[in-house]
Design a protein around this ligand. Structure first.
Ligand SMILES: Nc1nc2c(c(=O)[nH]1)N[C@H]1C(S)=C(S)[C@@H](COP(=O)(O)OP(=O)(O)OC[C@H]3O[C@@H](n4cnc5c(=O)[nH]c(N)nc54)[C@H](O)[C@@H]3O)O[C@H]1N2
Ligand SMILES: Nc1nc2c(c(=O)[nH]1)N[C@H]1C(S)=C(S)[C@@H](COP(=O)(O)OP(=O)(O)OC[C@H]3O[C@@H](n4cnc5c(=O)[nH]c(N)nc54)[C@H](O)[C@@H]3O)O[C@H]1N2
Ligand code: SF4
Ligand SMILES: [Mo]
Length: 702
């Protein structure tokens, strides 16, 4: 018997990008575990990826190309050969590409974060034919944009430093579920005497384990940050030297922050003035004592209308108190901007050859698939190629998304490992390999290691890597550019710019052998300023924002849908709903893994006793959650974890694995954030009632 250990990387959309060791016995993967030598993974995987072998060998894998035989959405397919599948796709796409390539649309996100199986061969293909471009906004572009205006790039505190912080503010994140290895560092900091504070409308698993939990109203973080600035400046808890040398616009900021008294902040955020004042004092005084204070800013803060501004305001705080002086101080939103990824080499925008196709925002796919041709919009979308994404489950305003994909005249190809909600709408469904079956190179957005993924096993059934599927499609479409002949290894070797000082010590061969390699980065990236902004400073005042039509100073932009900002709507729909990630799923990935779904149980809705009682809703009752956009059902959990006025439906369930064939995105809207054109998943008012269908009456399921 031959037993080998293969070095791999977790491909999922998670900041931790763990280093994996895959045990392979006679060509069969038997175990996936965390690499104990990789400093951030430290031998630990989350419960989801510990089940990667179960997922890979699942009897539910899509293993052969399939053609739809039932109605769209029904999920009935017949097996066909690769030749038939490729011929059929080429026969449908070619005439469109010749007539109007913008009528073809890719739809993809981070099902895999791999640089090779993500947007490499795929983008070469779409660029060469001149397809519509996709604005990949579904997750992070609001915060990314706000952070960029202020700090300059997605560069922040190294997660390996957090254990030395004396105060850690976990702001809009639930790392026990979604950033486990950061949480391990935060725990270590706690053991060394640090104080942990969670800012989150919901008492998440993480908030429960922090020293203090500040439960503000969703979408009000920008105001909370302004309140903190007010107290810091008013009480002179700021680092004048750092401000003078490394920031821009302090005097203007001072004026603006003066408007945000603790009382006004408290009223806007639904917290007490003492919560604002005490946190500002703790943050400022700890920093003034010369001790590191760090903020872990996660994505929960940026899924409301003012999400970009929220991140902008938060990222002013470290510069005000000089927190960047310490390696363990500062703020981390994402580390992805540290990596010299060579996206142009992989994606080859030059293949557009002067064409400038229109861009479609993935967040508004619900509306865009339903739009007829027009002068502003361009041609109607006639074909969609979905890969690394599950739009039917994850995109907002789901009823519209479904209507779009139901269009009889739309040609849909889905590349998938499993028959997801989206796969059910495919005309042609193509089997994709999993991370154990293909090669890839990865950056991370929560740490600073370049990562390699070696293939551990041969592809299952007739599955192929995305890269290979696009190579074959290119050939079938008659695209002969030599770039379509490059192998995955050749692509991976180009993934990082080896001439960049941060990656100069790296080559793909050694990365493959070792599995990971840290970037050359200073421990404290902005200790001496050097912000990658236009001024080289942390920009409290941003001329770029003014140019972009935004307030150049930190401000508060209220949610579209909240009791305070939209009282008329709140009369009908008085409860704010958020739908953050469930611990045992990764977005909608893993929902079909039996053991993980069993742990989550079924879709739940957490609701405060004060909100449940007047609705006659008891713990365990089925609740119907609705607004003008749609409805879904979930089992009520009556709990004080949800603050009054807030309901929480942990997500993202596969619709077809839920009782009513629906999920939380039935009620979310397609409206976009203040900046970054991003979704507003957590900016949603709903009403809740006891559902007609109650547990034990499954026969009433539609
Ligand atoms: N287990 C697991 N891990 C994941 C994922 C998953 O689905 N499951 N998804 C991955 C992906 S793609 C991403 S983007 C990240 C997301 O993970 P995080 O960055 O942690 O962000 P969210 O999970 O969206 O929200 C985290 C917390 O923000 C809170 N929150 C909601 N609205 C607000 C608000 O307005 N203000 C504040 N302060 N808090 C708010 C929520 O209650 C939640 O507890 O996690 C990644 N990791
Ligand atoms: N209500 C609500 N909606 C949300 C969110 C929320 O918090 N609440 N979060 C949003 C966020 S942050 C994000 S990032 C998006 C995520 O949205 P998506 O990126 O669509 O994420 P997943 O639902 O995990 O779907 C990824 C799919 O890619 C497939 N896949 C994985 N690897 C490969 C591969 O190598 N090849 C191919 N062809 N397929 C592969 C997986 O099987 C899976 O079905 O969802 C967003 N939607
Ligand atoms: S999902 Fe995140 S925590 Fe889990 S193995 Fe992957 S990178 Fe690590
Ligand atoms: Mo995300």
């Amino acid at each position: 018997m031959s037993i080998t250990q293969v070095r791999a990387a977790c491909p999922h959309d998670c900041p931790d990008t763990c280093a994996l060791l895959v045990t392979v016995e006679d060509g069969v993967a038997t175990e996936v575990r965390g690499d104990p030598e990789h400093p951030t993974t430290a031998g630990v995987l989350c419960t989801k990826v510990s089940r990667y072998v179960e997922r890979t060998y699942s009897p539910d894998r899509v293993l052969y190309p399939m053609r739809r035989v039932g109605k769209k959405g029904e999920g009935r397919f017949e097996r066909i050969s690769w030749d038939q599948a490729l011929d059929e796709i080429a026969a449908r796409l070619k005439p469109i590409a010749e007539r109007d390539p913008e009528a073809i649309l890719p739809y993809s996100y981070c099902g895999t974060m791999g640089l090779v199986q993500g947007e490499a061969m795929s983008m070469r293909f779409f660029n060469k034919i001149g397809a519509s471009l996709l604005d990949r906004t579904i997750c992070a572009t609001a915060g990314f944009t706000g952070y960029k205006y202020t700090v300059g790039a997605s560069i922040g505190t190294d997660m390996e430093q957090f254990q030395d912080a004396k105060l850690i503010i976990i702001w809009g994140g639930n790392p026990i579920a979604s950033n486990l290895h950061f949480w391990m560092r935060a725990q270590e900091a706690k053991r060394r005497g640090a104080k942990l504070i969670a800012i989150d409308p919901y008492r998440s698993l993480t908030a429960e384990k922090c020293h203090q939990h500040i439960a503000l109203l969703p979408g009000t973080d920008a105001a909370f940050a302004l309140g903190l600035m007010h107290v810091l400046i008013e009480e002179n808890l700021i680092d004048h030297d750092y401000i003078a040398r490394h920031t821009l616009g302090f005097e203007e900021l001072k004026e603006r922050a003066a408007e945000w008294t603790p009382e006004r902040t408290a009223e806007t955020c639904g917290v007490t003035a003492a919560e604002v004042v005490d946190l500002a004092r703790l943050y400022g005084n700890t920093a003034l004592r010369g001790e590191p204070v760090a903020i872990r800013c996660n994505y929960g803060v940026q899924r409301a209308r003012g999400g970009g501004m929220a991140v902008r305001n938060m990222s002013c705080l470290p510069a005000l108190v000089g927190a960047w002086r310490h390696a363990a101080g500062g703020i981390q939103l994402s580390t992805s901007g540290s990596f010299p990824a060579n996206k142009a080499k992989l994606q080859r925008p030059d293949l557009l050859a002067g064409r400038n196709p229109r861009t479609i925002n993935m967040t508004t796919i619900g509306d865009d698939l339903l739009k007829p041709a027009s002068a502003e919009f361009g041609p109607q979308v006639e074909a969609v190629i979905v890969y690394n994404a599950n739009p039917l489950a994850i995109a907002p305003d789901s009823a519209k998304v479904q209507q779009g994909f139901e269009r009889e005249d739309l040609f849909t190809v889905v590349l998938e490992q499993f028959q997801t909600d989206s796969a059910d709408y495919a005309d042609i469904l193509l089997p994709a390999t999993t991370q154990l079956e293909h090669v890839d190179a990865h950056l991370a957005y929560g740490h600073l290691y370049m990562m390699a993924n070696n293939a551990a096993i041969a592809p299952m059934g007739e599955a192929k890597p995305n890269s290979e599927i696009f190579r074959l499609l290119a050939a079938r479409m008659g695209l002969t550019d030599p770039c379509f002949l490059e192998s995955d290894d050749e692509l991976a070797a180009q993934a990082f710019d080896k001439t960049h000082t941060r990656a100069i010590h790296f080559d793909w061969e050694s990365l493959k052998q070792k599995g990971w390699q840290k970037l050359n980065m200073p421990d404290a990236p902005f200790a001496e300023g050097g912000f990658p902004t236009p001024s080289g400073k942390c920009e409290f005042y941003s001329a770029t924002m003014a140019n972009d039509g935004l307030d150049p100073l930190p401000t508060y932009i209220p949610p579209y849908e909240s009791v305070a900002s939209n009282p008329a709507l709140a009369k009908k729909y008085p409860l704010a709903m958020i739908s953050p990630p469930a611990r045992n799923f990764l977005n909608s990935t893993f929902v079909n893994v039996q053991s993980l779904r069993a742990t989550e149980g079924e879709p739940h809705l957490d609701i405060h006793p004060n909100d449940a009682a007047p609705r006659g809703l008891k713990h365990g009752d089925m609740a119907r959650i609705f607004n003008d956009r749609g409805s879904f059902v979930a089992k009520a959990r009556v709990t004080e974890k949800a603050r009054p006025g807030l309901v929480v439906g942990l997500s993202i369930w596969w619709k077809k694995l839920s009782k009513d064939g629906k999920n939380a995105n039935e009620v979310t809207s397609q409206r976009l954030t203040d900046m970054g054109r991003a979704p507003t998943f957590y900016d949603t008012l709903v009403q809740v009632e006891k559902a007609a269908l109650q547990p034990g009456h499954e026969e009433t399921t539609p």
